[in-house]
Design a protein around this ligand. Structure first.
Ligand SMILES: *[C@@H]1O[C@H](CO)[C@@H](O)[C@H](O)[C@H]1NC(C)=O
Ligand SMILES: *[C@@H]1O[C@H](CO)[C@@H](O)[C@H](O)[C@H]1NC(C)=O
Ligand SMILES: *[C@@H]1O[C@H](CO)[C@@H](O)[C@H](O)[C@H]1NC(C)=O
Ligand SMILES: *[C@@H]1O[C@H](CO)[C@@H](O)[C@H](O)[C@H]1NC(C)=O
Ligand SMILES: *[C@@H]1O[C@H](CO)[C@@H](O)[C@H](O)[C@H]1NC(C)=O
Ligand SMILES: *[C@@H]1O[C@H](CO)[C@@H](O)[C@H](O)[C@H]1NC(C)=O
Ligand SMILES: *[C@@H]1O[C@H](CO)[C@@H](O)[C@H](O)[C@H]1NC(C)=O
Ligand SMILES: *[C@@H]1O[C@H](CO)[C@@H](O)[C@H](O)[C@H]1NC(C)=O
Ligand SMILES: *[C@@H]1O[C@H](CO)[C@@H](O)[C@H](O)[C@H]1NC(C)=O
Length: 286
């Protein structure tokens, strides 16, 4: 297993580079939205139930080893439900810290709103007086992207679309506690670089809810950030990110598949880049 030891430090370097050269200058806190259509007062029944669920979520992180947490408290019309999710590949300790911080930060940012959502570097959170468990919400769609574009945009987009199509299906097929997928795809020659992606849905969504939410984000890419070398898109129920380096350090096993040169592109493939799907080279998940 000597070769694995060679691979591991490489991932650390790539992971560190992520923080030195992020897609944009992304702070820990990315974005939040507070609904304007329902407010609560400081010591109302709702506010107590909301404190309960946020406390419950941050203590849940100590008892289960998933990166998804949900809690509900009270009865209509004062019922509060909260969901929190770490991105796929976030180490558990980092996840706990992010979720804990998010429960504090979201109520400071949205002090009287019955419905809110927040996104952080490693996790996201949402709560409401309405029933949100299992409900897809593809809004709002905020994006961060790198101004640099790929040197070979056609080959790049080809690889990117294969990657994102595969990850979207894999995430949607996930379990009720994990609907995240990550992996990499080699760009065809001459580039030979690998583009890495990470997609996450709240795992309480159905297959279709997750698939649809991620597809809504993916379809924005050509108009917002065509061929950008790094993009992060966020919606209430899902998010999508790709970069030229692994987004979180990949687990050291399994080793990457042996490299085999792709067939030279046919003239048809050059004329019509989206019509020539290549077999994926997804990796990363255990
Ligand atoms: C809430 O209202 C404020 C001020 O009217 C507005 O700026 C903000 O965009 C609204 N937020 C949402 C989520 O509608
Ligand atoms: C909630 O509070 C905000 C800020 O005070 C106000 O703009 C908004 O109209 C309120 N919404 C409702 C439904 O009362
Ligand atoms: C609200 O808080 C005040 C002071 O903290 C307290 O005196 C009052 O009883 C509280 N009201 C309710 C309905 O809990
Ligand atoms: C979570 O993981 C830790 C360390 O691997 C283990 O000790 C603990 O039993 C696990 N908890 C659950 C609920 O599986
Ligand atoms: C989330 O809530 C549902 C419904 O209350 C419950 O069945 C499920 O066990 C919870 N899942 C987690 C991961 O806490
Ligand atoms: C919701 O809050 C009210 C008021 O504090 C409390 O009486 C009730 O027990 C709470 N519900 C739950 C399930 O904790
Ligand atoms: C949530 O609060 C809003 C505004 O107060 C209300 O219209 C809505 O019916 C509430 N939802 C539930 C499930 O009670
Ligand atoms: C949580 O907040 C603490 C204190 O501000 C900070 O040191 C820590 O890095 C934060 N955790 C994450 C995951 O952002
Ligand atoms: C995106 O870039 C590719 C390659 O340059 C180009 O073929 C395509 O038309 C562009 N798409 C949009 C929507 O601009």
């Amino acid at each position: 297993m000597g070769s694995l030891r060679l691979i591991k430090p490489l991932f650390f370097i790539l992971a560190a580079a992520h923080f030195i050269f992020p897609t944009t200058s992304q702070p820990d806190f990315l974005f939040r939205t507070c609904s304007n259509n329902s407010n609560y007062t400081k010591n109302s029944t709702f506010s107590k139930n909301l404190s309960n669920v946020l406390l419950s979520i941050s203590s849940n992180t100590r008892f289960n080893n998933y990166s998804f947490y949900n809690a509900t408290s009270g009865h209509n019309p004062d019922r509060a439900t909260a969901l929190a999710l770490c991105r796929g590949g976030v180490p558990l300790e980092q996840c706990r810290s992010c979720v804990y911080n998010s429960t504090l930060r979201i109520t400071q940012d949205c002090p009287y709103q019955k419905e809110a959502a927040g996104w952080y570097q490693d996790c996201q959170i949402r709560y409401s007086n309405n029933s949100i468990y299992g409900m897809e919400d593809s809004s709002p769609q905020v994006f961060f992207w790198n101004l640099r574009t790929a040197d070979d945009p056609v080959g790049f987009n080809d690889a990117l679309w294969n990657l994102l199509d595969g990850l979207r299906k894999e995430a949607a097929l996930g379990s009720s506690v994990l609907k995240s997928a990550w992996g990499g795809e080699k760009i065809r020659s001459p580039s030979m670089d690998t583009v890495y992606g990470l997609v996450d849905c709240y795992p309480d969504l159905s297959y279709l809810g997750c698939f649809d939410c991620l597809r809504n984000l993916q379809t924005i890419i050509p108009s917002c950030c065509n061929a950008s070398i790094g993009v992060r898109l966020i919606a209430t129920s899902c998010q999508l990110n790709y970069e030229f380096h692994p987004i979180y350090p990949l687990p050291p096993t399994p080793p990457p598949p042996p490299y085999s040169p792709p067939p030279p592109p046919s003239p048809l493939a050059l004329l019509s880049p989206t019509s020539s799907p290549k077999p994926g080279t997804l990796m990363g998940k255990n």
